[in-house]
Design a binder for this molecule. Structure first.
Ligand SMILES: Nc1nc2c(ncn2[C@@H]2O[C@H](COP(=O)(O)OP(=O)(O)OP(=O)(O)O)[C@@H](O)[C@H]2O)c(=O)[nH]1
Ligand SMILES: [Mg+2]
Length: 461
């Protein structure tokens, strides 16, 4: 039935690509493997840099440690595998697990917090003289259409009053079409910061010529029948591919290291009184998010099996960071149907309409080689792989999870979800509510992030 989504299970790959038989049998085995083991986090094992070196195992733990059993991952040449360990023993019907995870989330978010404690925030307060301020190498990025002038205007107004009027970080507005004079004039009214209006080069935006039009149309029809949002909107597929694989290569952005992504019609509820870019710079963190949620499983049906295929070919295993957020990618208790459709991926992802990050991570070999492989499958068009799950999976696999920061202190809204901290600097949202629609609570992955990716939620705030 799902012709365009045909490689949904590695079993079918076996039929299609007999030469990879052995590899695929391995894949099938570990995708379906789920066991409940006690989970000991390898706290001492840290990020590996350019060269993969297994000596970290003998140095830091027993040489014979079975990382698969103990920590839920195995990183070996052509033998990379993962399993969900359910270290917090959250078992039962999905509804029961949801209640447990919601409880975990609400308990953490209801605690009163202020600003991050893991950096000297006093040293990165707003400058007395904004004109002479030595900013971090950073820009505010907004991909937007001329028609969204009012909505992005609202965003900028809120963003300026929350953060940027204290620092004047430059904006880079990007668009696949030239910005109109009206758009440019309007934006200039909202800020004293410099603004660069950029037309994205066609080769970074347009659908690659290798995409088979017939296959794409058939795939889009199937996705539409399955109610996948934006399935038939070609520009949306372009946008996702651009934001996950190419935005950091826009010539006007290559000079910057850090970016803060904003979108039309989002809201900021917190008076941010420190330079968040300098916070990332000073702590060495590479990515910050506010909201963490599930995705439409059918839009990423084969993203995980394809990724496992990639990690198990050549020496690609070397890019995996042993301190990655693997367990968060694999959680399968709150919305178990998702993992069935995706061959094991929870669909948990950082909501990318808010991102503060280090573009050098995305420009780096680990992320870029993987992106090139994903692009070669054509599934940004034959499926609807989103920029958010791809960014998130890349970060969870190739980055040290301690370098991924939940900006718990920044109150933020992109309908229908929000991050609303219990903080003296936050106003206008309901603390810990996640969404004003109660039935959407099951879309929240933050309970799992807290359980599986944070050492101690009280450490940073
Ligand atoms: N210039 C340009 N910008 C686009 C295009 N499609 C999407 N965008 C921008 O890309 C960002 C994401 O698109 P959205 O339509 O908000 O997608 P979304 O956040 O997944 O969906 P919503 O929940 O509807 O907001 C927004 O900043 C849009 O303005 C396009 O074709 N051209
Ligand atoms: Mg949006």
């Amino acid at each position: 039935m799902l012709s365009a989504l045909s490689i949904k299970r590695p079993r079918i790959l076996v039929i299609l690509v007999p030469i990879n038989l052995i590899l695929i049998i391995c894949l099938l085995g570990y995708i379906n493997e789920v066991s409940v083991e006690s989970y000991l986090r390898p706290v001492s094992v840290k990020s590996l840099t350019s060269k993969f070196d297994f000596s970290y195992l003998s140095n830091k733990t027993s040489a014979n440690v079975d990382t698969f059993k103990q920590y839920g991952y195995q990183i070996k040449p052509k033998n990379v595998k993962f399993q969900y360990l359910n270290s917090k023993n959250k078992d039962g019907e999905p509804k029961q697990v949801l209640d447990m995870n919601t409880d975990t989330y609400e308990k953490v978010v209801q605690k009163e917090i202020n600003e991050p404690k893991d950096y000297d925030i006093e040293s990165i307060r707003p400058p007395e003289n904004i004109d002479t301020y030595a900013r971090a190498n950073a820009t505010i990025v907004a991909l937007v259409r001329n028609t969204e002038i009012t909505k992005i205007g609202r965003t900028i107004k809120r963003f300026e009053s929350s953060f940027n009027s204290k620092f004047n970080y430059p904006y880079t507005f990007i668009n696949d079409q030239p910005f109109s004079d009206r758009f440019k004039k309007r934006m200039a009214k909202f800020t004293k910061a410099k603004i660069n209006f950029v037309t994205i080069p066609a080769e970074l935006w347009d659908k690659p010529s290798s995409i088979d039009g017939e296959r794409e149309t058939a795939a889009m029809d199937v996705m539409k029948d399955h109610n996948i949002a934006y399935a038939k909107m070609g520009s949306y597929h372009n946008m996702c591919r651009f934001y996950l694989g190419n935005f950091y290569n826009v010539p006007e952005l290559t000079k910057y290291k850090y970016y803060w992504r904003i979108e039309p019609d989002v809201d900021f509820y917190t008076d941010i009184k420190y330079d968040v870019f300098k916070y990332l710079e000073g702590t060495g963190k590479i990515y910050g998010f506010t909201i963490n949620l599930y995705d439409i499983d059918e839009s990423v049906a084969t993203l995980w099996p394809e990724t496992l295929r990639y990690l198990n070919s050549g020496d690609n295993y070397k890019y995996i960071d042993p301190n990655g957020a693997f367990q968060w990618l694999l959680e399968n208790k709150q919305n178990p149907k998702k993992n069935v459709v995706t061959g094991g991926y929870s669909t948990c992802h950082f909501w990318s309409n808010f991102e503060i990050g280090d573009m050098d991570f995305f420009r780096g070999e680990a992320y870029n080689n993987w992106f090139k492989f994903l692009d070669s499958t054509g599934k940004f068009y034959y499926e609807r792989w989103g920029d958010a799950p791809v960014h998130s999976m890349g970060l969870a696999l190739f980055a040290d999870r301690d370098k991924i920061h939940w900006f718990r202190d920044i109150g933020y809204n992109h309908d229908p979800y929000h991050n609303c901290p219990n903080s003296p600097n936050t106003q206008g949202c309901k603390t810990a509510s996640f969404s004003r629609w109660n039935h959407l609570k099951d879309q929240n992955c933050m309970g799992t992030w807290i359980d599986q990716a944070m050492d101690d939620p009280d450490k940073i705030y």
